[in-house]
Design a protein around this ligand. Structure first.
Ligand SMILES: [Zn+2]
Length: 270
């Protein structure tokens, strides 16, 4: 599933091909993805110039003067910029034709992605109530500390709450908690300010590293024959239950926390 680093890499890959381009037409090969595609996408978007490609959480926004096309890659979605006459593949659901002669093509086998419309001056309900971006200055140890007081939920569940911070999914939560030496089961309200500072730093470092690595795969996101290329992860904890802890060699524990598979070291993470 595309996580925040893949979405950010997609944004960076698309921007030079899409920004400044006018949408000349929209082809919907089915009326819905996860949700029905709104009429504005075919009625309002054509003729508009895409001013910039933005990312908020795992959403991409194509900003125009009239409003923004709001895209989510879901579980299996990918976007490519292609010559307009490129033959279709299975699950190529949407084309946005551009005045460059290229199309922005959305492929999504499982159709958990979406293409929605946000009118200018409004914020789509999916974007309301989202926490800060993990790579922004607003996200730090002081913020996590203040936000977590009196919260009895496990710290891993707290960290994955999109109202607390966006884009820290199951993999990155497990890795950041491992790096910071914090047990995922610890009550969020009982983690110290100092340890939250270490956790925020770990989240930034791990996501930043993944985005930097993604830069080397940018070509795959836009080339006609490229696969979406979700990143190979160098993982210390996630998915490694029962294997030796990379730090102390004891077997990693595995359990479900907040209905999500979780792996951690009972010795290194307290
Ligand atoms: Zn260990």
């Amino acid at each position: 599933m595309p996580e925040l680093p893949e979405v950010e890499t997609t944004r960076r890959g698309l921007a030079p091909h899409v920004e400044g381009r006018r949408v000349t037409g929209v082809v919907l090969r089915r009326p819905d993805l996860r949700w029905p595609i709104p009429y504005d996408i075919v009625e309002t978007l054509p003729g508009q110039r895409i001013e910039q490609v933005r990312r908020r959480a795992k959403y991409l926004l194509l900003d125009t003067a009239a409003g923004s096309a709001l895209l989510h890659l879901g579980m299996s979605g990918s976007l490519r910029v292609l010559p307009a006459d490129t033959p279709l593949r299975a699950h190529d659901h949407v084309d946005l034709a551009l005045d460059s002669g290229q199309v922005l093509r959305f492929n999504d086998p499982r159709r958990f992605g979406c293409l929605l419309w946000q009118p200018a001056g409004q914020m789509h309900e999916l974007l309301r109530d989202l926490g800060p971006e993990p790579l922004s200055d607003a996200f730090d140890g002081d913020y996590l500390f203040a936000r977590s007081r009196k919260r009895a939920a496990p710290v891993k569940t707290f960290l994955m709450d999109q109202k607390v911070v966006v884009g820290v999914g199951n993999i990155y939560a497990a890795e950041a908690l491992f790096a910071a030496g914090i047990s995922p089961l610890r009550e969020a309200g009982k983690v110290s300010r100092e340890r939250y500072a270490a956790l925020a730093d770990a989240v930034k470092a791990i996501l930043g590293h993944a985005i930097a690595r993604g830069g080397t795969t940018l070509r795959d996101f836009i080339s006609p024959d490229g696969a979406p290329g979700y990143f190979e992860q160098e993982l210390s904890a996630y998915g490694r239950g029962g294997e030796p802890c990379p730090r102390c060699g004891r077997p990693l524990k595995q359990a479900s926390i907040g209905q999500r598979a979780s792996v951690w070291c009972g010795h290194c993470q307290r």
